[in-house]
Design a protein around this ligand. Structure first.
Ligand code: PLP
Length: 399
């Protein structure tokens, strides 16, 4: 990976010696993103879709331009891109709105690999509607397979709520086949692409996916911006998520009508600067290419795993992951204690259940450590991680 990449991330000006390995939680922010945010806040500040003066038009155009970038990025129609606050917001909104089509004895399929935001909304809906929540059995390694999906899908299945890439184990779901089979059985698929969007090329038309969600802050972009993709036909069938400004078409005392999609799903003032700035992330990802980024992350992961294989007292849970995530534990050391010592060694990793408690249960642990690689990481970060893990293990062993 080009050495100049780090220059695009101002983080490294003050944090030269920090090995930031928690990009699966939130990535570092691009200089171009920060400049774009600053530009809107310093030089504009007006609302969008409302004002009839030049600055309001400019802000609206810049905001809508991001929708074009996103729709090209995932190969959707323009009106199929809805801006939300994040993946959690997208997944909750779609679950709550689509629950109108769920009835007693319907089946909803999910997996133990899900982030809480993908599966809990459906757990709650299943209870309310007396529908059945079914879990696709994972393989011994914790993977989702088409074969096991076939064991749980039936013509009673209405929804499949599933992750594209596991945020704990980094496995990639064989989603195209799963979608095909789900459709043959009359079910729709809601795909959590939070951990996929900055690593794998997503083509919603090729996947034929029904709904898809991801977050800008994991893509070198600003916080507070989420994407909800939905097929036009399905979005048109759904009721609005919220009611208020700029989503209503005609309003009377006794009833109101809604604007066309996607606007009927975007009530109120959005995070204008953040949406405008998000296009800088997409430009960056496309300039480098997701294939190259993924290849780079996998090289770093393989290099690290190779070094870790001789380190005693370490359990790695996902040696065969297809993305740049290493999830591990140091024997007899609580992950939170380990993460603190790693931090003292200038290595940032995540510790905990990663908002996926069912995965921790599946692994038979309460928590894990997770190192995740991104475009700006290099071999020095890998060495720092390995050395810090050894130092942490030795520190706790000395007691
Ligand atoms: C797989 C997965 N789904 C959903 C989310 C939720 O994303 P957000 O916090 O941006 O709403 C995350 C965040 O870590 C994730 O990794």
């Amino acid at each position: 990976m080009n050495q100049d990449i780090r220059k695009k991330f101002p983080f490294y000006i003050k944090n030269k010696d920090v090995s930031y390995l928690d990009s699966a939680a939130s990535s570092l922010k691009l200089k171009s993103v920060i400049e774009s945010l600053n530009d809107y806040y310093a030089n504009n500040g007006s609302n969008i879709h409302r004002g009839v003066y030049r600055l309001a038009y400019e802000a609206t155009n810049q905001f809508e331009e991001t929708r074009e970038y996103v729709s090209k990025f995932i190969n959707s129609n323009l009106n199929e891109v809805v801006f939300t606050k994040g993946t959690t917001d997208s997944l909750n909104k779609i679950a709550s709105s689509y629950s109108d089509f769920i009835f007693e004895d319907d089946e909803i399929i999910t997996t133990e690999l899900e982030h809480h935001s993908s599966f809990i909304p459906w757990q709650v809906i299943a209870k309310e509607k007396k529908a059945r929540l079914k879990f696709l059995p994972l393989t011994e390694e914790g993977k989702i397979t088409v074969e096991n999906f076939k064991k749980v899908i039936s013509n009673k299945t209405k929804v499949v709520a599933i992750t594209y890439v596991s945020n704990v184990l980094g496995y990639v779901t064989p989603i195209k086949e799963i979608i095909e089979i789900a459709h043959q059985n009359g079910a729709i698929v809601i795909l959590d692409a939070a951990q996929a969007a900055s690593h794998l090329k997503i083509d919603v038309k090729e996947l034929d996916v029904d709904f898809l969600a991801f977050s800008s802050h994991k893509m070198y972009g600003p916080n507070g911006v989420g994407i909800l993709f939905g097929k036009e036909k399905l979005l048109n069938q759904l009721k609005p998520f919220e009611y208020g400004g700029e989503m209503a078409h005609l309003v009377f005392k006794d009833e109101s009508s809604w604007k066309d999609i996607p606007y009927k799903f975007e009530a109120g003032t959005p995070v204008i600067a953040e949406v405008i700035a998000f296009k800088e992330s997409i430009k960056f990802l496309e300039e480098i290419s997701l294939d190259k980024i993924h290849e780079h992350e996998m090289k770093l992961r393989d290099y690290t795993l190779n070094k870790l294989k001789d380190v005693k007292g370490l359990t790695v849970y996902n040696k065969t992951a297809e993305t740049g995530i290493i999830t591990f534990n140091i024997e007899n050391v609580h992950p939170h204690d380990a993460a603190s010592i790693l931090d003292q060694n200038n290595v940032c990793v995540r510790a905990g259940h990663h908002c996926a408690q069912l995965v921790a249960k599946f692994l038979g642990v309460t928590a894990t450590l997770r190192a995740s690689f991104a475009v700006y990481n290099d071999y020095k970060d890998c060495d720092n991680l390995v050395n810090a893990i050894i130092a942490t293990r030795d520190f706790f062993e000395s007691f």
